[in-house]
Design a protein around this ligand. Structure first.
Ligand code: GTQ
Length: 352
């Protein structure tokens, strides 16, 4: 038999070699090297702003069309347009807007992804977390850490709407997703209402007889009034850091670290006319405008934001924030900082 390879060009020989190894599930690294190891991150997620003006009517429409029972959770997910239908606001973070109407219950369940709620509109309503009822008012942060039972209810006469933040894309990428229904709609109340706040919420004090060994914060409720007052007080005397101004991290009061192992939460204030210095970091973030208006430049995109809007800052996107209004602007944000830090992948740099 003639040796066909001798008549082939070297390019043809290579192509036939590549085809030859396909059935063995092998592929040469040199074909993919640049894709596999680019010099720096380029997120598929894009800078994007969701306007409350668009979100709210769509959310209320869901209230007319779908019950909490049918939906499990009546949520409109914030889909980053760069991520091809992945249920994610950045590549690692999930965000949604959830509505619970007066008298409704979103039944008790638990899952391995950790969740946080930042309340947008409410006059009453609660989340019960592992037997403890936590009241929800506008601006409050409520945690439902990994595998904690939680059900949401609304006993007020107005809708409750909040921002959900979860580490779902991360948990999916790590193929560590678990989900379980409690059985009954509401779990029994086994602890005093808001007891995590009464035990750990005073700031600098904790019950000395308690041993809290969980990986998440024992404080599950961070009411807005004290967060806002602290920001306001600080902003009166300092401009804060160069890149984020006066910004506070919500902490685990036992460790001083992030509230949960996968997500960190922040609140910041931008004074009228304040413009932060541009920087970038490998962590990504979802922002929610609590009060005020302004804009952020994110990888050259101008994201104009107003009260209750949500916007995404992808990993390694150069960004700065600017308050071009005459009122203070308050931003809430959550990020994947703890994950990157734990894995030695957290990098931060001023704008190039
Ligand atoms: O409230 O438990 O946005 O399980 C997505 C999944 C909210 C919740 C979401 C959930 C929840």
């Amino acid at each position: 038999m003639a040796d066909v390879t001798r008549e082939m060009s070297s390019e043809q020989r290579l192509q036939s070699y590549y085809r030859e190894m396909l059935p063995f599930a092998l592929r040469p690294l040199w074909l993919d090297y640049k894709e596999l190891l680019p010099p720096q991150p380029k997120s598929k997620a894009i800078p994007y702003r969701w306007s409350w003006r668009d979100i709210r009517p769509q959310m209320m429409r869901a209230g007319e069309l779908v019950s909490t029972e049918e939906a499990e959770r009546r949520v409109l997910m914030l889909m980053n347009p760069g991520l091809n239908g992945l249920q994610a606001i950045t590549s690692t973070l999930y965000a949604g807007i959830q509505l619970v109407l007066p008298g409704e219950i979103a039944r008790a369940h638990r899952h391995s992804p950790a969740a946080l709620r930042f309340i947008i509109e409410a006059t009453g309503g609660y989340t019960t977390v592992d037997g403890e009822r936590i009241p929800m008012l506008p601006g409050d942060l409520v945690l439902t850490p990994n595998w904690t039972w939680h059900d949401h209810g609304n006993e007020a006469d107005t809708p409750i709407i909040w921002l959900d933040g979860l580490d779902i894309p991360l948990a999916r990428a790590l193929e560590s997703m678990f989900f379980e229904l409690f059985g009954d709609d509401a779990q029994p109340l086994t602890k005093p209402s808001d007891s995590s706040f009464f035990q750990y919420g005073a700031g600098g004090l904790r019950p000395a007889w308690q041993k809290h060994s969980a990986s998440y914060s024992p404080l599950l409720h961070y009411p807005w009034p004290q967060t806002r007052a602290t920001l306001e007080r600080l902003a009166a005397t300092t401009a804060g850091g160069p890149h984020d101004g006066v910004i506070l991290e919500y902490t685990n009061p036992v460790t001083g670290g992030p509230v949960m192992p996968t997500m960190a939460c922040f609140a910041q204030v931008l004074r009228p006319g304040q413009r932060t210095k541009a920087h970038r970091h490998t962590s990504s973030a979802a922002y929610h405008v609590v009060e005020g208006s302004g804009f952020s430049m994110v990888d050259g995109e101008r994201l104009e934001w107003d009260a209750k809007d949500v916007f995404a800052v992808p990993a390694w996107a150069v960004h700065h924030h600017e308050n071009n209004s005459s009122q203070d602007a308050y931003l809430f944000s959550f990020t994947d900082v703890p994950v990157l830090a734990a894995l030695d992948l957290l990098r931060e740099a001023p704008a190039a």
